[in-house]
Design a protein around this ligand. Structure first.
Ligand code: PA5
Length: 305
């Protein structure tokens, strides 16, 4: 599948209806994954608050993991070392272990695995990996899925705005800086990683209100201030809106505000995700780099094995 077709596949992925059948009582949820698979747990954790959720993007699991923990390993390839290590540790502690993967060693090890379609870039399979979490713990109404599908479909038909932005970044050699806010701090991080992997550029991220306690200083006083382009997610929180306004006012920086065509969480989530998909894809094209190429990451993984 071409990369552009992978991007267009996202709208189908949100209809993926698999879920875990969790019958035992549990106290907490731990989700382990790296990179394009790890972000899925972070997005879910930022939204879900009915039980404690901890995400792990590293070697090692929290000490509290026990037989009353639901532990979910997420790895698109099923062969990511850190995630396999953590799944093994969780099994030793008798946690209820589940997995989301397209196959590999993870599928072999975890009986309760949801197997998702293979052949995509891990970061292009976000919907397949995220939906089982929502379907299991916090189901989304069909009506909202349908509206989200329509938003993604219209972005697939026309993403001129993202193409223009990509050209602007390229022509000015801008370094993208993304500022999010709850419940989309993890999406700001996803933007950063999409710039890294698809466009092969550095990018940085932070979130309101935290950035008002640090990044606000270089916003006004950084070296080479004209080298940055700021993408800021609009927020429906009035205090965050005010902070966005005042931050621009006092630093003299002008933010590029990204506004979704809706205020509903799920629709907004996928609008923001897909915006970065296209922006980083278009930047790859204009830079003449292959958005699917992750050869340096692969080389590192193979040297470690
Ligand atoms: O998008 C990518 O290719 C990477 O960020 C991978 O997701 C990351 O290396 C982890 O691999 P996997 O998703 O197969 O566990």
């Amino acid at each position: 599948m071409d990369f552009i077709d992978e991007l267009k596949n996202l709208k189908e992925q949100i209809k993926f209806n698999q879920k875990f059948n969790i019958t035992s009582e549990y106290d907490n949820i731990v989700i382990s994954g790296m990179g394009g698979s790890g972000i899925v747990g972070d997005i879910f954790q930022e939204k879900f608050s009915k039980k404690p959720v901890i995400t792990v993007g590293d070697y090692g699991i929290p000490e509290f993991v026990n037989e009353r923990t639901v532990f979910i390993g997420i790895s698109y390839s099923g062969n990511t070392e850190e995630t396999l290590n953590n799944v093994d540790e969780a099994m030793k502690k008798n946690a209820h272990v589940y997995a989301i993967t397209s196959g590999g060693k993870l599928a072999d090890r975890v009986k309760n695995s949801i197997i998702i379609p293979s052949g995509l870039q891990p970061r292009s399979a976000l919907g397949y990996m995220l939906m089982p979490l929502f379907n299991t713990f916090d189901p989304v109404d069909d009506d909202i899925i349908k509206k989200t599908y329509d938003i993604l479909d219209s972005m697939d038909k026309n993403h001129d705005e993202m193409r223009r932005e990509a050209l602007k970044i390229y022509e000015n050699s801008y370094i993208p800086i993304i500022f999010g806010s709850r419940p989309f701090k993890s999406v700001a991080y996803r933007w950063k990683t999409q710039f890294n992997e698809n466009s092969k550029t550095f990018a940085f991220y932070n979130y309101f209100p935290e950035l008002n306690h640090n990044d606000t200083m270089p916003l006004k006083k950084a070296y080479r201030r004209d080298e940055y382009r700021y993408y800021v997610f609009n927020s429906d929180n009035l205090r965050i809106q005010r902070r966005i306004e005042i931050t621009q006012e006092i630093t003299g920086e002008s933010f590029n505000i990204i506004t979704a065509p809706t205020n509903e969480y799920f629709e907004k989530l996928f609008y923001l995700i897909h915006y970065a998909d296209y922006l980083t894809y278009e930047l790859a094209l204009v830079r003449e780099v292959d958005p699917t190429d992750v050869s340096t990451i692969e080389e590192l993984k193979s040297k470690l094995s």
